[in-house]
Structure formats: C-alpha cells, structure tokens
Design a protein around this ligand. Sequence first.
Ligand code: UTP
Length: 289
Amino acid sequence: MSRSIEVAVFPVAGLGTRFLPATKAVPKEMLPVVDRPVIQYAVDEAKEAGITEFVFVTSRGKSEIEDHFDHHTELYETLERRQKAAALEDARSADLPVGSYALVRQPEPLGLGHAVWCARHVVGDRPFAVLLPDELFRGRPGVLKQMVDAHSRLGGAIVAVREVPKDLTDRYGIIDVETDDGTAASVKGLVEKPAPAEAPSNLSIVGRYILPPDVFAYLDRHETGAGGEIQLTDAMARLLGDHPFHGLRFTGDRFDCGDKAQFVAANLVLALDRPDLADKVRDRIKAHI
Ligand code: UTP
C-alpha cells in the first residue's frame, strides 16, 4: 500500500509569453474560463483527489492568485447584507481552508524543474502531486483522482500521458515504454522534445505528475537541459530503476490554456456544457460559424 498523496505543487512562476498582451499585467493562471480563473479548475481537481495542502510557486506580479484563494471578509459581508446568497456561494467556492496553502517564490523562471525544487521544504519527505494550472483537464473522476488511484496500486512515479501526432514529438516530453496494459504504461526512459525520428513513442507527458520526494535530490544539482532550462523531465528520468514509473492514459479532455486557440476552445466547450449558458452562447455565435 503506497503512502497517500496529501500535498500538491502548482508552479505559476512562468512568464506566459504565448499569451501576451493579456499576461503583461495579469497572470495567465488568472484568465477566466467561463466564470472562474483557470487555476481554480486545477485546485478543485486536486481537492477532489484528496489533496489537503496546496503549494503555489509564484513570482513577481502573481499576488492576485493568493488573493483569489483567500477569505474576502469585506466582499462576503456586503453580499450577505444585500442578501445575494448565490453570489456569496460563488465567491466562497474558491476559498481554501485557513492554513492549508503556502506560497514560495521562484525568483527567476529557470524552468519547471527549478520551480518544483523551490517547493522542496514545504513538501518535505512525502510523495507529492504537481499540477500545471494552465492545463485544464476535465474527467470523471478528475484526472488527478485517476492518478492517485493508480498510485495506490502501482506506487512510485505516475505521469499523465496522451497520444500526440508522431510529427509533433519535438514539442513534448515523450516516454519510452517497457510494457503497456493499454491504460498504464511502464516507463523505461524519458526524452524531452525529441525530433520525430528519434522519439521512442508518441506518448507525451502532460501537466499532471505524482512524484516521490527523491526527485528533489536530482533537482538539487540544478542541471540544465533542453532550452537551457532546469527540466523536470530530466530529474524524473533519474528516478527510473529506483522506483516503479508509469505513464497513465487518463480519460477526459485537456486544454492547454496557455495557448490562445485552446483557451478560446475551452471557454466555448465548457460554456456549452453549462445548462445556464449553453443556449444563450449557441444562439449568439450561430451567425458567426
Ligand atoms: P510553460 O512553458 O507552459 O509556461 O510552463 P510559461 O513559461 O509561463 O509560458 P510561455 O511558454 O512563456 O507562454 C509550464 C508551467 O510551469 C510554470 C508555468 O507557470 C506553467 O504553469 N513555470 C515554468 C514556472 O513556474 N517556472 C518556470 O521557470 C517555468
């Protein structure tokens, strides 16, 4: 029986250059999909998976994120006085329990591996989850819950994977598969952004991970990899051999909300799923498609 996963790390210290000018003053994780910032979907997914401690790796200009998850006494009192019960419930839906979240700073965007390393003292000697909050996942159960369930069976490291077109492997971290039962693939190698001819498979790692704390020992070395960044993939590759390591094909959808086209698509797809919005959205855009 593997140790349960209590703590999740949310790296939010990137620059969001693909989404300028929106991200000049607003963190990309705070851009709303329908009516909540994209990071709230990841936090809700983590809560559903049983996570009780939340660590945000932030940087300059990201203070809106901590405000979003904090209790907003003044707003709640005003809504209560005005008897706006539904609005009050919506506002409070983002609150995290007092003392359940921590913020650590990444002073420079040196790479995802470095961002995760910045959370090492808060995580301590426990297995932990990493959720990239600009990737919005929809699944039933949620994708992190699917991974936590797999972790309780398989232990070790679990990364969410999905198939990508063979000619696009140079955009992703790709796994080299040892055995595959169609859902969980046992991993024997990891390559960051391989050229299509060199890619060992077409299974790409996406933004949900469960990792043993040993990964911090490798991140401590601050070795740079693809793009001159400290890559999480490279540190994860060092775990192979010492820990079971699986890629999990999840059921559900994924939208990379750091990409403009996918962000717009996420807004439409999620709005069309909402009984209070679907007809109005469909009627309004009919003339344009
Ligand atoms: P991305 O590469 O998607 O984010 O990193 P980015 O760098 O902000 O975006 P672009 O490419 O410039 O548009 C994946 C995740 O890792 C975090 C990002 O905030 C994002 O959630 N990250 C990345 C960090 O926290 N620190 C880093 O040094 C790099």
